[in-house]
Ligand binder design. Structure first.
Ligand code: ATP
Length: 293
């Protein structure tokens, strides 16, 4: 096998708690990741020497600044394979939106290269590569729709329960860099760890009868205010999603994407229509329904 194509799904953070600043300059967090059905498509082909990248989105760098380049370089370093690779990224995830678009592409490259080269590396070695290139990459190496991420978000504890959430994702035409939002965040530990949230979300007491209000209070993002300060339109989107019936609406990661959680896909699609009609959306906004993937 010389070529393969892999889906690289986006993530959102159902909760994100910022616990403090670490000595290495990163932040200590505790987050609940959810993999969602908005996917980039990564095609990886063996090549003789170089790492060559192409991307359908002209705003994404295709040189060594692309995180896929770093992933491939680390893979070849670790395996000591003297090879090259051509990587094509069909970009569907909005860029710098808080949905880990770059990180999921990098994870797809790590997994794909390992498959093309006879699974030479074991999972812990793949995780080492992921940890070295970005905090959000590691989650995508686990075959799980939900997981708790601690430390930099890179220490992953998968959640086995099956559950499907229905979302509307709205991202205004602003790129927000995670490092700028974290730099603005000062109120460490304002949100206390919500004990029992995982049970409330995944193992409701009344069987399938989920108390959506109770669940809603388990979903939070410590960074939301910092994102809103940078991009006030985020608040407007959030309020609009509530008006459309979302039982929770919040910023994902470091924003500026906002997601609404709806009771079913029909309600999410209705909200999408209303958003297009009533919010002053330009063609550069991203708006899409998505479900747990
Ligand atoms: P996170 O949620 O992990 O903080 P993000 O979704 O906010 O990430 P990305 O879409 O990964 O942000 O983009 C962050 C920056 O990385 C962009 O400015 C972009 O130029 C650069 N970048 C490098 N490689 C990629 C890639 N493969 N896809 C998207 N952006 C990339």
């Amino acid at each position: 096998m010389n070529t393969l194509t892999i889906d690289a799904p986006a993530k959102i953070n159902l909760f994100l708690k910022v616990k403090g600043k670490r000595e290495d300059g990163f932040h200590e967090i505790e987050t609940l990741f959810e993999r969602i059905s908005i996917c980039d498509k990564i095609t990886i082909s063996k090549a003789d020497q170089n790492i060559e990248i192409s991307c359908s989105n002209p705003n994404v760098p295709i040189d060594s600044r692309n995180i896929c380049y770093k992933a491939a370089q680390k893979f070849f370093d670790k395996t000591k394979i003297n090879g090259g690779v051509k990587i094509h990224i069909q970009k569907n995830i909005p860029v710098a939106a808080g949905m880990a678009g770059g990180s999921t592409d990098a994870a797809a490259v790590i997994k794909g290269l390992n498959q093309l080269y006879d699974n030479r590396l074991l999972q812990p070695e793949l995780i080492d590569i992921a940890n070295a290139i970005g905090s959000d990459v590691t989650f995508f190496l686990y075959n799980t729709a939900f997981a708790i991420g601690t430390e930099r978000g890179n220490v992953i504890k998968p959640i086995q329960e099956k559950k499907i959430f229905y979302h509307l994702i709205v991202c205004p035409d602003k790129e927000v860099l995670a490092k700028d939002v974290y730099a603005r965040y000062k109120n460490f530990s304002l949100n206390l760890t919500r004990k029992g949230c995982i049970d409330t979300i995944f193992r409701p007491k009344n069987g399938e009868k989920i108390n959506q209000e109770e669940q809603g209070s388990c979903f939070f993002n410590d960074l939301e205010e910092a994102v809103q300060k940078q991009e006030p339109v985020v608040r407007e989107i959030r309020n609009f999603l509530y008006e459309q019936g979302a039982f929770k609406a919040m910023v994902s990661g470091s924003g500026p994407s906002v997601f609404g959680l709806f009771k079913d896909m029909g309600q999410a699609l209705k909200a999408k229509d209303e958003c297009v009609k009533k919010l002053s959306i330009t063609s550069d906004w991203y708006i899409s329904e998505a479900e747990t993937y």
